[in-house]
Design a protein around this ligand. Structure first.
Ligand code: PLP
Length: 362
């Protein structure tokens, strides 16, 4: 009998979530972000399911794009960080990879290259994230040089990325939009700004292309509940099972460092998932866990391969009982908050030790 951990992937939920993104996008084209192994879900499985319904895909780097091409994905793929070496240009031209251009080095390499075909370029403008992108003051010069380069085709897109779009109370998104508008309005190019929170919460951010990632996996990135995110369905459900059950007397401790101590005679179920599987070690005692569909609470520190759960209030918990760590019936964001992190990190850091199992075809 194999270790019972599985990351179940509901691809029908994925296409349902894409439908929500498409509705919100209106006439804008949709680029699905599948970087970092599709946020840990499995890049080729996710890209294959999304491909019929999207206009393009996006990844971080050329290695991730090549993996998708090798798996037979034909959609255009944007490299969100552009290229790191000039050699990547010839591959991009051949493979229909689209390039972010965000600094002088990348632009100079493009201008100097001899390519088999011109490339679709996405000029990134830094309006406040201060991570990648040319400054608003440099943007027109970059725009003119891209337009003048025979290595850049006519499909030029200018884009920016939000820092705080998950927070509707923050004014930063309005400031970024105003800056983006001012810099790009005289450019004869398609425009893009919205990531998932931009698409869910900021109608003015839709422009010609939207770039959702996180929401497609069925989770809301918004800081507070939002009606547009209400019907998203989780794609990944992380499941495991109870492998041992014991009674613990009042006053006895459980786990490393004896950080949890029974306040009453308690029943502890051991579940075979730990930080070596991608369950966060920083999840605090009290983090919700579903045992047989009922909520119970993590008790004591997360080990590499196991956690311990207080099931005192549940009836008849047995070895082999099904456990859900997040996903269907237990929101990822709730678990992430108990570990001091965000859902993005939990799925992205899911170890490959845990098999991804498709449970519902798209
Ligand atoms: C430039 C860019 N666009 C879009 C996204 C997708 O963001 P989200 O997963 O919040 O939709 C990312 C992800 O970090 C990004 O870097």
């Amino acid at each position: 009998m194999a270790r019972p951990n599985q990351a179940l992937l509901d691809l029908a939920a994925l296409t349902h979530n894409l439908g929500i993104a498409r509705n919100l996008a209106g006439s804008a084209q949709v680029m699905a972000v599948v970087k970092a192994n599709a946020y840990g879900h499995g890049a080729t499985t996710i890209a294959r399911a999304l491909e019929p319904g999207v206009d393009a895909l996006a990844v971080a780097c050329i290695e991730e794009a090549l993996e998708l091409r090798e798996a037979g994905i034909d959609a255009p793929i944007l490299l969100l960080e552009g290229i790191f070496e000039s050699d990547e240009l010839a591959i991009a031209a051949e493979q229909n990879f689209w390039l972010t251009v965000e600094n002088e080095q990348q632009l100079a390499w493009l201008e100097q290259a001899r390519l088999s075909a011109p490339i679709t370029c996405w000029l990134k403008i830094d309006t406040g994230m201060r991570r990648l992108g040319v400054s608003p003051g440099q943007a027109h010069d970059f725009y003119q040089r891209l337009r003048a380069s025979s290595n850049c085709n006519n499909e030029l897109v200018v884009y920016t990325h939000f820092a705080s779009a998950d927070d509707l109370a923050s004014n930063q998104t309005n400031e970024q939009l105003a800056e983006f508008e001012m810099v790009t309005q005289s450019m004869n190019a398609l425009r893009s700004a919205a990531n998932s929170p931009g698409l869910l919460g900021w109608p003015a951010a839709r422009y010609n292309w939207v770039r959702p990632g996180y929401m497609l996996y069925g989770n809301s990135p918004m800081a507070a509940a939002h009606t547009n995110a209400r019907d998203l369905k989780p794609v990944m459900t992380l499941t495991s099972a109870v492998v041992s059950v014991r009674d613990v007397a009042a006053g006895e401790s459980v786990g490393y460092g004896a950080s949890w101590r029974a306040q009453r005679p308690s029943r502890i179920a051991t579940v075979t998932v730990g930080y070596g599987d991608g369950y966060p070690r920083l999840a605090a005692s009290g983090t919700p866990v579903l045992v047989n569909g009922q909520r119970a609470a993590l008790a004591g520190r997360v080990s590499m391969d196991m956690i311990t759960v207080d099931v005192s209030d549940l009836s008849d918990v047995q070895i082999g009982d099904r456990v859900v760590l997040w996903g269907e019936g237990l929101p990822l964001a709730e678990v992430a908050a108990c570990a001091g992190t965000i859902g993005y990190e939990l799925t992205t850091r899911m170890h490959m030790r845990t098999p991804r199992v498709v449970i519902d075809e798209a």
